[in-house]
Write a protein that binds this ligand. Structure first.
Ligand code: NAD
Length: 291
């Protein structure tokens, strides 16, 4: 068996088109142009690319967006003051502070400073707690992208055993909180594995759906999954590849070539979860503007 590919480019494009229609409707019927402020501190090359892509994606769906570029040496107090200004700026319905921040700035303080109503990354503890109690205001972009890939790819998690590898605050933990809810598109039995898990392979072999978010290249191999598993690979890892112009290429947390012979379906890297994350950011920004 060779796995079906769950195509993140195609599914994210469909979501962008939906968001575009919602933006047009908000403009026409209520005179609201959804606005997203993106704050970039310093010049981290990966962050510069992410921020550029987010800005472009906003423009393509007709949103207003501004990137606020701040020097790496800005003080924590100055950054918090910028966030406070954006909280009060009616042009912006969403605020995104691109992480990682320089080491002298406490990311937790910045997350807490964003108005929860504008927290389109869904990192604020209030919004994270709201997911857990089943009353989400927003869903965090990457876990929401994973859920949409499953639903729209034809693999509803309801009644399935989902095994998540990774317990970070941005992927594993919120995804657990989302998929365990008694609601459509969720209602799964969820196991979360992490660096403290004994015998990872024992758990991954139990999965109907496996979500790999460990941040470790090709850590999930064919012997660790059962026939017919559905795999969502969140990982984005740079590995050396002298055959490419740049000298490296991106791979996921799953050994794609080996696992695809056993899986029912799998997401590629790139072209799986990556494009979904931006689509869900757009979706959250429209939601913030409409509410
Ligand atoms: P993280 O480093 O914060 O967390 C990784 C988690 O995996 C930790 O909880 C750790 O306990 C667990 N882990 C690490 N090695 C493990 C192992 N061998 N077995 C079991 N668990 C293990 O990473 P993160 O921010 O959650 O990101 C995870 C991966 O997803 C990274 O590759 C990252 O680049 C990628 N990512 C992709 C997107 C996207 O848009 N596609 C978004 C966010 C993160």
């Amino acid at each position: 068996m060779t796995a079906k590919i769950i195509d993140g480019n195609k599914i994210s494009e469909a979501i962008r088109q939906e968001v575009k229609s919602q933006v047009e409707e908000l403009k026409e019927k209520r005179g609201i142009t959804p606005g997203l402020a993106v704050v970039l501190v310093g010049e981290n090359p990966a962050s510069v690319v992410y921020v550029r892509n987010k800005g472009r994606a906003c423009q393509e769906v007709g949103m207003y967006t501004e990137t606020i570029r701040l020097p790496a040496e800005i003080s924590e107090a100055e950054l918090l003051s910028t966030v406070a200004q954006l909280n009060n700026d009616l042009k912006f319905h969403g605020i995104l502070v691109q992480f990682p921040l320089p080491r002298h700035i406490d990311e937790g303080k910045v997350i807490n400073a964003v108005n929860p109503n504008k927290d389109v990354d869904c990192f604020h503890p209030i919004n994270v707690g709201k997911i857990l109690v089943g009353e989400p205001r927003f869903l965090p972009c990457t876990p929401a992208g994973v859920q949409q890939l499953l639903i729209r790819g034809g693999y509803d998690p309801g009644g399935k055993h989902v095994v998540i590898c990774g317990r970070s605050n941005i992927v594993g933990k919120p995804l657990l909180a989302m998929l365990v809810q008694k609601r459509a598109g969720a209602n799964a039995t969820v196991t979360v594995c992490h660096t403290g898990t004994n015998d990872l392979a024992y758990h991954t072999r139990q999965a109907d759906i496996l979500v790999a978010a460990a941040g470790s290249p090709r850590v999930i191999t064919a012997d660790m999954v059962r026939e017919g598993v559905v795999i969502i690979d969140v990982g984005i890892n740079r590995v050396e590849d002298p055959s490419t112009k740049s000298g490296y290429r991106l791979v996921g947390d799953v050994d794609f070539d080996g696992v695809k012979e056993k899986a029912e379906a799998i997401t590629p890297v790139p072209g799986g979860v990556g494009p979904m994350t931006i689509a869900m950011l757009l979706s959250n920004t429209v939601k913030a503007a409409a509410s």
